[in-house]
Design a protein around this ligand. Sequence first.
Ligand code: RUQ
Ligand code: CUA
Length: 618
Amino acid sequence: MAKDSENNTKEESQSVKGGINRRQLLQMGVATGVSAAAAIAVGKAPSAEAAEQGNSVHVGPGELDEYYGFWSGGQSGEVRLLGLPSMRELKRIPVFNRDCTYGHGFTNYTKDLLKGKISGDTHHLHLSYKDGTYDGKYGFVNDKAQARLARIRLDYMECDKIIEIPNCQGTHGIFPSRHKIDGVYCNAEFRIPVDGADPEDPTQYTCLHTCVDAESMEVRWQVKVNGNLDLCATDYQGRYSMACCYNSEGGVILSEMMANDRDWLAVFNLEAIEKDVKAGKGTTTIGDSKVPVIDGTAEGNPYVLYIPVPKSPHGVNVDPTGKYAVCSGKLSPTCTVVELDKVADAFAGKIKPRDCVVAEPEVGVGPLHTAFDDKGNAYTSIFIDSVVTKWNIAKAIKGENPVIQKLDVHYQVGHINASMSETKDADGKWVISLNKFSKDRFLPTGPFHPENEQLIDISGDVMVNRHDGSAHPEPHDALIVKRELIRPNKIWDPADRKFEFERKLAAKHGVNLGKENKIFREGNKVTVFMTSMAPAFGFPRIDAKVGDEVTIVITNIDMVEDLCHGFCLSHHDLNVGIAPQETVSVTFTADQKGLFWYYCPWFCHALHLEMRGRFIVT
Ligand code: RUQ
Ligand code: CUA
């Protein structure tokens, strides 16, 4: 283990001013179960140096950013799209939340995605890969709250699939295959009783690692594990998925979960699992689910290798060379470097699982997540110290002190990521630090504070903070992606698969979708096909009777980029957006007698206010 550097010593003495050193702080947190927030009270004052250099990035008006930022929006349930380095927010992509900007959760298509659920907790967003870098096709994001996985299609920047992971709670870390579009691996964080197990008996609880097919979005298999799973990663060859694994104790209260000095990095042998699942060898099912389940809990089993790492680890990140997986200690001031080429020998029993560990450098108190540049350096977020630690992987392996610099961030950093860090093309330009507490750094906003994002320039020898700005809670995790890899369309293709339902409905009525305005009545079902083109809807008036089930299919036939319309029906809780060449449908019951104006909520034309019509219910 490396000795403290001068940097470390300086950090130490700053903390001592508060009357307590970092290690004591950590131990205090562990011993008494005090929250990190309580530890902050004795933390450091803001660093003037970092503040002065804040907000020195300039991307001129009309100039385009070099990178897309993909942000998971935490408890907001959404995904956000930013431009970097300007940090301009470009779009919020609703996923698990209801949103009337675009009509997510209002249109028939998106109601079918959400199935009546309108809340979620998006932690980890990753993009699909080909040969170790992004292919621009999909984004995948978890919902920790309701154990779901969603897919975002990047050609239109919207959610097109949401699935529930069976027999899991707290789906947390997810990661797709990096060699090609193949699996998306999902970790359950909470152990739960399944298949009639007794909720009173924690020894009967189960935790599962799940593989979802990235194209069909169907669950392929699940593996039963010891402990519970946290963050997820894959290697670059398709050999392994992996999970940091705290609570090896199987505890249900805090003190029980922190008892062991080491928990695990669990590595999943994908070839062995796929082979036995295919052959139906040793698989079972749980409850009503038909998904094959493999048991990876026994010692020395061929599916899961449990590599001991200290202590309640959090975060596992694979470096751009694909050689190393780095776990953070959370309750140990260390990172653990695992050499992935040794894992096969450990599975084969030629070496012990612990022999896969090649370094355990000390990086600071409360390490969480690690990002990488193109020069063999790692950047670890340190929650309790409120710093980003830059350290060198090769030096750590040699047993030298690897710490190069510690930069103050404000305050209590959670995730960090570096530009292209999760790919083989990491470019060493930027690190984003997503800080959980902003405390006194912005105008007061009442008891709920904004969070703070800091963009750090890592292109030189020294890390420099270049942007410091508030963020709507919670910017949970982020990817920084070269813009040329992402090529979204500007106008919908009317033949897209998204419009299947509306196309079928039009065919059933013999309507040329998007070309004709027609109204049909069958019993109490009213179906309206109409166009929207600035500044008018296809019908200035629609009639219905109380109790009718009304379906309105609207096509925005404007061909002009950026010319969006929408459909909002007064007093019916119905508000959707319609992009150029897009068709949406909404179905609702006409349950109130009277006149209700429908109007276009997107400012589309000088006569936008006149873009409306009467819905008359008799
Ligand atoms: S993990 S608490 Cu991203 Cu650090 Cu969810
Ligand atoms: Cu169309 Cu406003």
